[in-house]
Design a protein around this ligand. Sequence first.
Ligand SMILES: *Cc1c(COP(=O)(O)O)cnc(C)c1O
Length: 404
Amino acid sequence: MLRENIPVRDGLQWKIDAMLDRIEWAKAGEAYYYQQAISEIDGAWVVTNGQRKLMFATYSYLGLLEHPKIKQAAQEAIVKYGTGTHGVRLLGGTLDIHLQLEETIARFHNRDAAIVFSSGYVTNLATISTLVGKGDWVISDKWNHASIVDGCVLARGKFVRFRHNDMEDLERRLQQAPPDAGKLVVADAVFSMDGDIFPLPEAVELCRRYNARLMIDEAHSLGVLGETGRGIEEYYGMEGVIDVKMGTLSKTIPAVGGYIAGDEDLILYLKHAARGFVFSAALPPPVTAACIAGFEVIETEGVERNHVLRRNVEHFLTGLKERGFDTGVSVTPIVPIMTYDDDRAMQMTRYCQEHGVFVLPVLPPAVPHGTSRLRANVTAAHTIEDIDFALDVFEAAGKEAGVI
Ligand SMILES: *Cc1c(COP(=O)(O)O)cnc(C)c1O
């Protein structure tokens, strides 16, 4: 709304209006499914507006959202500690379970120590902007998550990007940096819009050669990559090569929060210097307890659930390709169903949502212009019958929209 005391359309208003126009466009096409409220959860199924839908827009890769042990841990923590804390971790906010969670994360990733933040977004923002100071360089993959990009923008050092997964381009950037400059190379382990994997062995070699530290975001690989779900290092059989190991507590771990695991010095430094930690309140007790239980569940059930997940990914990707869909470079549970065109993505979304599949489109600016898609996430909670049902719906939707 234009406020009366601002008679002209200034830059602020122009931005608001531009976004409202796009929302209007989506609503006019009856394809606005963002922020749709879910009223019930039942395994891989959800209820929205009284309609049961099979969930394909979820990050709960191992299907732990309703795990009884995790729910129980959260309930017990509320009874014992209440719902909040005395404030920031550095002052009165630290509970014994916060330390226990950090020890659990360190053990899980076989590192000295860990620090938890209030979200994955804040973890990247705070860690990158704290580590990379004046005179330092941060070198970031072009497809990295927005929270990494924002951390790089906030950092006082020089921010440069290399072409996605292109190790020759990464080497050129490393050569451009002054030899004595501090260097941080940062990338997603599994890329969140396309589902491909970072070439860790080559990157590690380059980082060693050019004396750079390596930070990897395991948001979509925790519980997913490697036999026991430990992430990208286990996937490549290269334990301990990542200097700054970042993860979220909101995807495979069914809660909220983010963390860095690393060596003792790094973690102690971040616990006193990272503004997103020092000036923001501690994780609530039920969340903290749920996270501890979540890691324990991966330690006991991870192999089995990961096996089901891999079978499902295989079945889903093969089924989509057989039906003529373009799934880009995906080899993980993140599966883009490429439409390239915005309207076709909206049309497919509407068909799927009306026929019992909860899936959402990804449009610019989240992805480059001309690369719009549906992003479907397959999880360990899906059965083969669920996936077959979804494949039929996607096929009908793709035909109606002229995608296949
Ligand atoms: C989701 C995500 C984050 C942010 O995590 P939140 O816990 O949702 O704040 C960071 N990095 C990547 C790659 C992500 O996909």
